[in-house]
Design a protein around this ligand. Structure first.
Ligand code: ATP
Ligand code: MG
Ligand code: MG
Ligand code: MG
Length: 563
């Protein structure tokens, strides 16, 4: 039988202050409430309370995966390089991959996701169409050397993922396996109490075609999505792209040299363009007082030069260099230079890097920048996708203005098709006795990330506030007083435990009721049961963590209420 968790014995140290390096709410609260402990950047320990929440999420995921007939396995996290070399991902993953060598000098990696190894497993275990379809999953530790492992367990370098893979002989079969996963994910996130949207996504390094993401709207999210208020269109901005021309290395500069001193003013810029200082311009690229205030956007956004001047006059226009755009993909719009997305041509132009101020064109005849039109001014090497969507842009389905929000990616489902099956020649013997190439899907849920996502969505100014199914206990009993209160608290705790209620009891001696209440609200168990003032009469106070509603109950009433 489960045991009452006694705070007097439990390893939980709550903190009054936010950790210095914490930026997101979940990071602050999970550390302060004693759920997790940071070992290194993006590397976390799960303490007793945190482990309970993590396990609760895993249990829900497991139940729903089992319900669609997926089979649980556990594959290694330490993997030999060869399979990833065969798929091309040993190179493709670049710095994201944790690589290591064994004592003989052979190369290994710590698995970031497991398409290769699952494909090999099925190749080994399944030989006939009768063995398929098969869906396999694991809940396992994944490793990615993320560039910015901030935000606590939201973005770990070591993290828990549920990853599953489906294997079918036909496209219809794959569509079916995908639909099963999609439905299971909806159930999982509903049970977890996570508000979520399903959006179109790009496939990223996984490759393959159809793909959707499950996003949990939250300010701390690192993803941006557009959502139509009128129809069911929703997409990650990563998926909303336009084709941009890539100019060859020897293309002429896509900018016009500004014949002014090194740091021109708004007036000299306007004069240079041959427009009044109040003009509305397009394709403007200016940095003023250390901040980029306008960026060249071909034809889709306008900048009021006059307002700019008014706001900042007598502002000084500084130099814009490629460095200014590092880590600011939101500023990278327009057409793209020979180095790819992070080097927009007019930004990467060596003359800019060399320290001359530049401005590209205006929206009136004869003032347009020279050398900016792909095909007209230079030959196009290639086209690549550049994200471009803004709040209020028309929905591609119905034309309604799109809403734009931040969100946390909590799940991702892909129809991979035959990419990995081709790599590893995964065939089974078909009905006609001929080999049939298998088609695959891959499906992920960020199990450890879901803990933080849930914290982000449910916490309030007092602390965490878990939904019942995920909370580390059903009720947090507080002994608010001396021996009498402690005795009642422990007795009611045992009685609740005996009828299957999960109890956390604050029986810490010498800790004031005030501190215990604050801690109870910080820890976030959904019901708080206080043995206080009226303990001698056997009366307790039950408080709802989320609504703050309280009522006085006898022991019997409290037990009846909580079961
Ligand atoms: P992100 O865009 O946040 O980097 P991803 O698209 O790279 O995530 P996937 O490869 O789709 O992630 O992995 C499946 C799921 O694993 C994601 O939907 C997310 O919930 C989770 N996940 C991915 N990276 C991390 C991480 N660094 N820490 C915690 N969870 C993660
Ligand atoms: Mg990623
Ligand atoms: Mg992603
Ligand atoms: Mg993803």
């Amino acid at each position: 039988m489960a045991q009452v968790q006694r705070m007097s014995k439990l390893m939980v140290k709550t903190l009054r202050d936010d950790p210095a390096d914490a930026e997101t709410l979940s990071h602050k609260l999970l550390v302060r409430a004693g759920y997790v402990r940071r070992n290194a950047a993006g590397i976390w320990s799960w303490l007793p309370l945190g482990k309970k929440v993590l396990d609760n999420i895993s249990r829900v995921v497991r139940e729903e995966m089992d319900a669609i007939g997926a089979q649980e396995v556990l594959l290694p996290a330490l993997l030999p390089k060869e399979a990833y070399e065969a798929s091309g991902r040993w190179a493709e993953y670049g710095d994201l991959l944790f690589r290591l060598k064994d004592r003989k000098g052979a190369d290994y990696l710590l698995g970031p996701t497991h398409e290769e190894i699952f494909t090999q497993t099925v190749k080994d275990q399944c030989s006939s169409y009768k063995d398929l379809p098969v869906m396999l999953y694991q809940i396992q530790t994944k490793y990615r050397d993320e560039a910015r492992p901030r935000s606590g367990v939201l973005r770990g370098r070591e993290f828990q993922m549920k990853d599953s893979y489906s294997f079918d002989t036909t496209d219809e079969g794959l569509a079916e396996s995908y639909a099963l996963h999609r439905a299971a994910y909806i159930k999982i996130f509903n049970r977890l109490g996570l508000d979520h949207r399903i959006v179109s996504a790009v496939s990223g390094a996984m490759g393959g075609s159809a793909s959707e993401e499950f996003l949990a709207p939250a300010a701390a999210g690192e993803d941006t999505f557009v959502d139509c208020p009128n129809c069911d269109y929703a997409a990650n901005t990563e998926a909303v792209t336009f084709k941009a021309a890539v100019a060859p290395a020897d293309a002429p500069g896509a900018v016009e040299e500004l014949d002014t001193p090194d740091t021109p003013t708004i007036e000299t810029l306007a004069a240079h363009l041959g427009v009044p200082a109040s003009a509305t311009l397009k394709n403007l690229l200016v940095k003023i007082d250390g901040e980029i205030v306008a960026v060249g956007v071909p034809g889709d956004r306008e900048v009021d030069l006059g307002k700019l001047g008014e706001q900042l006059a007598p502002a000084v226009v500084e130099l814009v260099t490629a460095e200014d755009f590092e880590g600011r993909p939101d500023l990278v719009r327009g057409y793209v230079g020979p180095q790819g997305l992070d080097k927009v041509r007019y930004i990467a132009d060596p003359r800019i890097a060399a320290g001359t101020a530049w401005i590209t064109g205006a929206n009136k005849p004869d003032t347009h920048a020279k050398n900016v039109v792909a095909g007209r001014d230079f030959e196009v090497d290639d086209y690549i996708d550049v994200v471009v969507v803004e709040e209020g842009d028309p929905c591609p389905n119905c034309g309604t203005g799109l809403k734009m929000d931040r969100a946390i990616e909590i799940g991702h489902i892909f129809q991979l098709g035959r990419k990995y099956a081709d790599t590893f020649q995964l065939d089974v013997l078909g009905q006609q006795g001929k080999p049939v190439r298998v088609t695959m899907g891959s499906y992920g849920i960020g199990v450890s990330r879901a803990v933080a996502a849930l914290a982000e969505q449910t916490a309030d100014d007092k602390g965490l506030s878990w939904p019942k199914e995920i909370a580390p206990a059903d009720v947090h009993v507080v002994a608010a007083g001396k021996a009498l209160q402690t005795e009642l608290a422990l007795s009611v705790s045992e009685q609740l435990n005996a009828v299957g209620v999960r109890v956390l009891v604050d029986d810490r001696p010498g800790v004031s009721p005030g501190v215990k209440f604050t801690d109870a609200e910080l820890i976030g168990v959904p019901q708080i049961l206080v043995a206080g003032r009226r303990s001698a009469e056997g009366v307790l106070e039950l408080k709802d963590r989320r609504t703050g509603e309280r009522e006085e109950l006898t022991v019997e009433e409290a037990i009846a209420r909580l079961t």
